[in-house]
Design a protein around this ligand. Structure first.
Ligand code: FMN
Length: 218
């Protein structure tokens, strides 16, 4: 099932580049997170016991120890295997959710399965596909190959526009997301951004398309 004319090899090289670049110097965001403006009010008289504070939550029908998800990062390269294994063991050990990296390489070569997941099983485990690549059939295939609880679809029009092997084809994406939601139901479809946030109008349209949750990312 080839989904990119540029081929699996260039895709894998790109995923390797992402890891090397992210681990290198000078990649921090210069504009801050927006949280600099937030100051929590200190209350010296809380009238509650620390032991009574429970962060456990239900997300997409799965019980998490805290409302945290390790967001989609990698898969498809040899380095990805140990990174995903360590992230999955950390998420499983602490009871939080995890999204695997883009399944584009996996669709091109199902033998790459072990670079996405080994034995550890977080309480919520989602797969990932780009909006430019997602179809109901590909979504089902990724979920089936990796035995997942759902799919997270990433919106990355800027990235697709500037990557040499990118597919900057975003016409009809919303309809394909809606078709994927319908085909996968009751298995949930989440939509995420890759670091630049989501506009409220886009969130409204995704809600109308039936997506179970959005991850605003960044
Ligand atoms: C090395 C690296 C690889 C990533 N790969 C993916 C990916 O395959 N799919 C995806 O949806 N997002 C990917 N992302 C984006 C992250 O999931 C996340 O949305 C982004 O880092 C913004 O969140 P942050 O502000 O908490 O870092 C990647 C990010 C990094 C740093």
């Amino acid at each position: 099932m080839a989904i990119n004319e540029a081929g699996a090899a260039s895709n894998q090289r790109r995923k390797g580049d992402h890891l090397r670049i992210a681990a290198g110097p000078g990649v921090g965001h210069r504009a801050g997170t927006g949280l600099e403006a937030v100051r929590l009010r200190h209350r010296a008289l809380p009238e509650s016991d620390l032991a009574s504070i429970d962060l456990a939550t239900d997300l997409l029908g799965h019980q998490l120890a805290a409302p945290l998800i390790v967001s989609a990062m990698t898969g498809g390269t040899q380095e990805a295997a140990s990174i995903n294994d360590r992230l999955a063991r950390a998420a499983a050990g602490t009871g939080v959710g995890m999204v695997l990296g883009s399944g584009r390489a996996l669709l091109e070569d199902p033998d790459l399965r072990e670079t996405y997941r080994l034995a550890a099983r977080p309480p919520l485990l989602l797969g990932n596909l780009g909006a430019a690549q997602v179809t109901p059939e590909r979504a089902l295939r990724v979920i089936d190959l990796l035995d997942l609880d759902g799919l997270s679809v990433h919106l990355n029009p800027l990235q697709e526009a500037v990557q040499p092997e990118g597919q900057p084809r975003f016409r009809g994406v919303l309809a394909r997301i809606a078709a994927t939601v319908e085909r996968l139901a009751p298995v949930p479809v989440v939509v995420k951004e890759v670091g630049f946030g989501l506009d409220p109008e886009d969130v409204r349209r995704l809600h109308q398309a039936g997506v179970a949750a959005v991850d605003v990312a960044g």
